[in-house]
Design a protein around this ligand. Structure first.
Ligand code: SF4
Length: 396
């Protein structure tokens, strides 16, 4: 949380902003004090990374198990981003409450968080009101309202039924029933292909925008998590390298799922040899380790290309499956504009220095004397074009 907040990458208020002065209330130090340290921190005993954690003895405040002490899995970064900063709820107890009930009800924390955040923003915009929400005040930071919505979703009652259908369905309902502006809801509804977007502000990472919006199964961070590769390690300088990453990583990451392996040891542990590797983002020494592992377990000699081919067959099948269902083509890879750039004057002005500088240095346009609306339009046109060019490179 602290790193994401520092680099303006943490979703705040339905992905509208990238940081919040209160975010430290749910940062790593807080969780270290609360985690259970009595046993191994892995999702299985043999894992030497042990990145899974849990909080014991949390006393529930709401819902069917109110008052009971429970053991809460996590909370992990994505859940904290979705259910915490994105709703401006900076209360560790509320995070545990929401995470526990999402797990217990079998509901995804990212989809719940983004859906509630969208409803909160629509409430702020006046599209929703207390009458339409069944009396709930959907204001930023209102943890009680988030609890109630989650319980309503699980029970199939009240306004939770609407929110529980997800952002794509809400956009349609709010346009049809409440006369909301479909274009603006498209800009701020954080979903692609019907799936809610994971918790990284990607406006300054074109590759991550593609990683989300071009992923076959929707904008999760599993297929192509490229944001650090592009922004921190500067490994994807042009359209070709981004397109290659958007080809290689989804296929390679699919290989782990095919073989029932966790992918974190592949690139969360960096071997010494990576310093001099030609393509460090792929962690070549570890690719070779997986080839050995495959040969050792199956007794079948393989090359790295063979492993990629195993995965590519499945990935292509997934794409054909999508095509058959009416998806899988370029028009389904268009993200909501908020993923790509500032979607409102408020967002532009909140980072005006950065966007003005980009107008000057990248587009060679003097922002002096221009209104925010004009600058917003220029920024939007440029960023939309960049995303189009990325799609050209990927689909070539
Ligand atoms: S590295 Fe993978 S297997 Fe190990 S604890 Fe983390 S998620 Fe589980």
């Amino acid at each position: 949380i602290e790193i994401m907040n520092k680099f303006d990458l943490l979703p705040v208020q339905n992905h509208r902003l990238g940081s919040d002065p209160h975010a430290n209330a749910i940062n790593g130090e807080i969780w270290k004090e609360q985690f259970d340290h009595s046993g191994p921190d892995g999702c299985w005993y043999g894992c030497s990374m042990g990145c899974a954690h849990a909080v014991p003895h949390y006393h529930l405040q709401s819902g069917p198990y109110k008052g009971q002490a429970v053991f809460v899995d996590g909370p992990e970064y994505e859940s904290l981003g979705a259910l915490g900063s994105n709703l401006q709820i900076f209360d560790p107890a509320a995070m545990l409450e929401l995470c526990f009930y999402c797990d217990t009800y079998g509901i995804d924390t990212i989809s719940v968080g983004d859906s509630i955040a969208f409803a909160f923003e629509c409430y702020e915009l006046g599209i929703l009101n207390k009458e339409r929400t069944g009396g709930l005040e959907l204001t930023w930071g209102n943890a009680e309202a988030a609890f109630e919505l989650l319980h309503q979703m699980a029970r199939g009652q009240g306004f939770g039924v609407t929110v529980g259908q997800g952002v794509r369905a809400m956009k349609k309902i709010f346009v049809e029933e409440y006369d909301a502006d479909p274009k603006y809801l498209q800009d701020i509804g954080m979903e692609v292909k019907g799936m809610e977007i994971s918790e990284y502000i990607s406006r300054e990472s074109l590759a991550q925008q593609g990683g989300y919006a071009m992923a076959s199964k929707g904008p999760q961070h599993d297929e192509a998590w490229l944001i650090f590769m592009e922004l921190v390690h500067k490994q994807l300088p042009d359209f070709e390298s981004k397109a290659e990453a958007l080809h290689f990583f989804p296929i390679w990451r699919t290989w782990f799922s095919l073989h029932g392996l966790c992918k974190l040891p592949w690139n969360d542990i960096i071997p010494e040899s990576n310093k001099t590797a030609k393509e460090p983002s792929k962690v070549p020494e570890h690719l070779e380790n997986y080839r050995w592992l495959y040969e050792g377990v199956t007794g079948t000699p393989v090359t790295q290309e063979d492993l990629m081919l195993q995965s590519e067959r499945v990935y292509n099948f997934q794409r054909i499956f999508n095509l058959r269902l009416g998806f899988g083509t370029r028009e389904h890879d268009i993200p909501p504009f908020r993923l790509v750039g500032p979607a409102s004057e408020f967002e532009y002005e909140s980072r005006a220095e950065r966007y003005d500088q980009q107008l000057k240095e990248i587009q060679h346009i003097d922002p002096e004397g221009k209104s925010t609306a004009e600058k917003l339009q220029l920024t939007r046109a440029y960023r939309t074009r960049q995303y189009d060019l990325l799609m050209d490179a990927v689909y070539k």
